[in-house]
Design a binder for this molecule. Structure first.
Ligand code: HEM
Length: 447
């Protein structure tokens, strides 16, 4: 179980900080789904269309980045006992900057407006700079980092690379800068974003949360100690080969071979995680596990699609495999893994904060709900099934955009609405019990 003994509320930020990130994220998911309904097939015809770029960033920045940055601000103190410096100020600044920056980027893509893009570059640049600095100070202060902290450090480095490249690309679009070979750097940007930041953070966090929440054996020691580091170094070498191949085409095949080797590392992680989950001691299948099975299983499937695209380029004439790969990685890997995590993090934090307050005030008359009472299984499982249907229809929509993009959008909208609703219920229940605690304390003092 969690070691909460050495944690104090001074170390953890007020719950309103992570909650505002978690409650805003589904709104971006809903906006992405509405875009699919509004624009229809245009969002699924080419990965380079402005609509596709806007949709991509509503999900990667609006949903993934908000959940992951918000979670880290809170998870560092809770899981690793590390305090993020000035966490309230950091949260108060980063949340609006990322929100406004993402909206600006999306508006910039959709309207082709350089003014919006400039706003986006400034706001996202400032938001990520503050966040990366604060998280770096916290993570590098740890004297004896465990494997999760080491994984988070690698993920943060990958985020910095992703953001720097994203900002240069954005500055190019805004007319501030002319980046030579934009398509090349876009590929490097998205590889560092998805394989670097998203996957490394997930791998690092899994080392701690999979055995803890799903009651499985530990990951093998060599995986915990080496995998995130090897993957980060592997990505750096791939980037050098990939960029150098512009002038030395003979290096192109080496960069492909190297990327394939790196992908084997991710596949090993997926296979080991699924095996550990099979060996779990608590046989109940909770909703987080259901989401995680989908997310983890889609990792090798995505790489298979990538491999088919490279081995059989003519297959691209039938269907845009790169687009399918993007849909798999974002909708099939990253979204379900975070969706599942949210169902653990938000009820847990609510319980943790109330429990801490109760202990601090010694007011035992109010009953603190347990995690299941914060969020009934029925509600989260219902959302899981809607999400799964949405995923299947979204994947099929790459093959038949005219027919399926809008139905996929409707299902995704419903899935994100249900997610937002479920999280809001937890937040409201928290507020209710917190109010009861305050009243009981006041009564106690009067008495
Ligand atoms: C500061 C934040 C960011 C900015 C300013 C930004 C900007 C951009 C720009 C301008 C492009 C288009 C490049 C082109 O068409 O040549 C792009 C592509 C892309 N970005 Fe970002 N980005 C940011 C963060 C992220 C993050 C965090 C992720 C993922 C985790 C991400 C994922 C992608 C993907 C997947 C594409 C390719 C989309 C496609 O192929 O359709 N971006 N980004």
């Amino acid at each position: 179980m969690l070691n909460t003994a050495n944690l104090s509320l001074e170390q953890a930020p007020p719950i309103s900080i992570p909650l505002r990130f978690f409650l805003t994220a589904p709104l971006f998911g809903i906006a992405a789904a509405l875009m699919m309904i509004w624009y229809g097939p245009e969002v699924m015809t080419s990965r380079w269309s402005p609509q596709t770029l806007a949709l991509t960033h509503l999900l990667t920045l609006g949903f993934l980045a908000l959940v992951m940055t918000g979670a880290l601000l809170q998870i560092l103190p809770v899981l690793a006992g590390i305090a993020v410096p000035r966490v309230v100020l950091v949260g108060n600044l980063v949340h609006p900057l990322l929100t406004v920056g993402t909206l600006g980027l999306v508006a910039g893509f959709l309207l082709g407006s350089t003014a919006w893009l400039k706003l986006a570059v400034v706001a996202l640049g400032a938001g990520f700079a503050i966040y990366i600095l604060a998280a770096a100070v916290a993570l590098w202060r740890v004297e004896l980092p465990n494997n999760t902290v080491a994984g988070m450090r690698m993920a943060l480095l990958a985020l910095a690379v992703t953001v720097l490249l994203g900002l240069s690309l954005g500055a190019g679009f805004a007319g501030w800068d002319t980046l030579i070979y934009p398509a090349l750097y876009t590929n490097v940007h998205l590889t560092w974003g998805m394989l670097g930041w998203v996957m490394l953070l997930l791998i690092g966090v899994s080392f701690q949360v999979v055995p803890m929440f799903q009651v499985t054996p530990e990951y093998p020691k060599w995986i915990r100690s080496w995998l995130p580091r090897l993957l980060l170094v592997g990505l750096a070498i791939w980037t050098m080969l990939y960029v150098a191949a512009v002038n030395k085409p003979e290096l192109a095949s080496w960069s492909l071979v190297w990327l394939t080797i790196i992908l084997v590392g991710y596949i090993a992680f997926a296979v080991i995680t699924l095996r550990l989950q099979q060996q779990r001691r608590r046989k109940i299948t909770d909703v987080t596990l259901m989401f995680w099975r989908i997310g983890i299983t889609t990792i090798p499937i995505s790489f298979l699609i990538w491999g088919i695209g490279r081995l059989f380029p003519t297959a691209m004439e039938q269907v845009d495999l790169d687009l399918l790969l993007g849909v798999c990685m974002i909708f099939g890997v990253a979204i379900p893994l975070l969706n599942g995590m949210l169902y653990k993090i938000v009820p847990f934090l609510s319980w943790f904060h109330l429990q801490n307050r109760q202990l601090a005030t010694m007011c035992m008359t109010v009953q603190i709900p347990n995690m299941k009472q914060f969020l009934p299984d029925r509600s989260s499982k219902r959302q899981f099934w809607v999400y799964l249907l949405a995923l299947v229809v979204t994947l099929l929509s790459v093959f038949a955009p005219a027919l399926l993009v809008r139905p996929a959008g409707v299902l995704l909208a419903l899935s994100f609405v249900l997610l937002g609703h479920n999280l809001l219920q937890v937040a409201l229940r928290y507020r209710e019990v917190s109010g009861e605690l305050s009243e009981a304390v006041a009564d106690g003092q009067e008495g």
